[in-house]
Design a protein around this ligand. Structure first.
Ligand code: NAP
Length: 245
């Protein structure tokens, strides 16, 4: 991947952290967005810089458009216009639908869908103005098959498919691309906090027989962010160990 200017939402931990660090290895300038984990975000900044990139930590709750606009100003001041936006920030609040409250439904949709709207709307002109801008959204295998206790999460992640495909049409007119990465079960707290018997079941259901590593998602995101992906748009790239075979 060529050195580019990138924003990664939810980059203080997990998959977002892996993406930010992968961008750092490529010499990118990386805005490490976080919600509340300031120390973790600062740690990511140091790792990116140690790897040869430049980085800043930028706080913003992606559900709050005002905060995202302040983040834009911070990023613009530090690095100028960006080339790549990765909408990665996410939460889950798992509960069977019969017991799901409207608040649990809304909280998850807000972070994934309103978050993607707020960040993409705010950075849209930068992506258009880039030589070949890149919008990369992180969805999930759960968007395809659903999952027990995840009606809110699966709905949000399926929405990301439609969002990505529509943005792909619109950005194509500007020479930019929009793609989606749909991970299976990846080793972050979102998965390692699950009961051990569920994790064991996931391993059994995955043809490759294991949980994925954040680096395995980050490498695909880095490819989509690079010039090598120049004729790929509107795609959903699965990174799931064959789980949906
Ligand atoms: P994670 O380890 O729990 O990290 C979540 C990240 O999102 C953190 O950096 C967190 O920031 C940030 N975040 C949460 N709410 C936010 C908000 N309102 N505004 C800004 N940032 C916010 O999660 P992960 O497993 O890496 O997941 C990353 C993405 O991959 C999510 O979209 C998730 O749905 C998706 N995904 C994960 C898996 C998996 O198996 N792990 C599989 C498929 C898809 P703070 O640290 O500041 O709270």
């Amino acid at each position: 991947m060529e050195p580019k200017t990138c924003v990664v939402t939810g980059a203080s931990r997990g998959i977002g952290r892996g993406i930010a660090e992968r961008f750092g290895e490529a010499g990118c300038s990386v805005a490490v967005n976080y919600h509340s984990s300031i120390d973790a975000a600062q740690d990511v900044v140091e790792t990116v810089e140690d790897a040869g990139g430049q980085a800043i930590a930028v706080q913003a709750d992606v559900t709050d458009l005002d905060q995202v606009e302040v983040m834009y100003e911070d990023v613009d001041e530090a690095f100028g216009s960006i080339d790549v936006l990765v909408n990665n920030a996410g939460i889950n609040q798992d509960v069977f639908f019969s017991n799901m409250t409207y608040e649990q439904w809304g909280a998850v949709l807000d972070v994934h869908l309103d978050g993607a709207f707020n960040c993409t709307q705010t950075f849209y002109d930068d992506i258009v103005d880039a030589e070949s801008g890149r919008l990369i959204n992180i969805s999930s295998i759960v968007a395809k098959g659903g999952n027990l206790g995840q009606a809110n999460y699966a709905t949000a992640k399926a929405g990301i498919f439609g969002f990505t495909r529509t943005l792909a049409h619109e950005l194509a007119r500007e020479g930019s691309t929009a793609n989606c990465v749909a991970p299976g079960f990846i080793e972050t707290s979102m998965v390692t906090d699950l009961p051990e018997e569920i994790i064991e079941q996931v391993r059994e259901d995955t043809p490759l027989g294991r949980i994925g590593a954040v680096e395995e998602v980050a490498d695909v995101v880095a490819f989509l962010a690079s010039e090598r992906s120049s004729f790929i748009t509107g795609e959903v790239i699965d990174v799931n160990g064959g789980m949906d075979l």
